[in-house]
Design a protein around this ligand. Sequence first.
Ligand SMILES: C[S@@+](CC[C@H](N)C(=O)[O-])C[C@H]1O[C@@H](n2cnc3c(N)ncnc32)[C@H](O)[C@@H]1O
Length: 300
Amino acid sequence: MKAPYNHAPLEVIAGKNRQIAVFSTDGDNIEPEVVKSFGEEWLKFNDFSDETIAEGANEYFDILNNIIINKNSYVLDIGCGTGRWTKFLSSKVGFIEAVDPSNAIFAADKLLGKTGNVRLTMASTDNIPFDDDTFDFVMSIGVLHHIPDTQQAMQDCVKKVKRGGYFYCYLYHNLENMNWFLKGLFNVSETLRKVISKLSSPVKRFVCDVLAVVVYMPFIIWVRVLMALGLKKLAMKMPLSGYYNKSFFVVRNDSLDKFGTALEQRFSKQEVDTLMKNCGLEQIVISNGSPRYHTVGRKK
Ligand SMILES: C[S@@+](CC[C@H](N)C(=O)[O-])C[C@H]1O[C@@H](n2cnc3c(N)ncnc32)[C@H](O)[C@@H]1O
């Protein structure tokens, strides 16, 4: 089911489990510091168990059905990172092209092991080496808000979807509908992010581990206590409540993801809808629940 690349790669590198074609990532719509930082993050955090992946996937993919993806689907995962979602979907679809511009592609090679129906490619949104209108399903999870022009990047992804195919993405929400306390906490965390993301890699990792212990864990433990007392509704209103069932490994990873990344953009539900519509998508579904906002639409 593999489509040929539409231009030649700069080189082909032998990964541990497969060959990886490398394309230029020198485009205008990419933030090199962000890409470098993610490469380092995912080379450190890639040991996800199938159980952990399934827990996350059940939340991300709750808006999909077997019309949107099925055993015949040819899929493109843009900004695949460790390839965890590619791994989850690989048994449910025909073939997946997983693409990332960073060294995370080598973490994906490791996590995916001998999975047969996947090809890995090093490339970015502004140089996706496949013809337009090729894929039944294109997805990009937690990627486009780390790219300078999110709308352009989304357009570049949607171009690769066949007419009648689907585009799925997850974009950070802008905290609309949150109370003043949560917004205040977020403003503090933004200031921290701007400082921490500029630190050298080992210092950044250390600081984010400390934050996982002294900031994330107290909130998470508090949420777990409320849940144990049967106060689920109240627990779910607490900061970081989405982590109540997550492992410490995931918390450390997300702390680095949150505080270690120099560029992130946030969108309201209305803005997500507009971004999707501007790309020629219809039948748009946007999640109300966490992770917010995950959305899917059909290409006209
Ligand atoms: C938060 S990670 C998400 C990884 C994966 N989708 C997941 O959810 O586990 C963002 C990923 O986007 C990739 N990325 C950053 N800029 C990109 C660009 N211009 N084109 C494609 N991917 C990009 C990074 O290398 C990184 O692996």
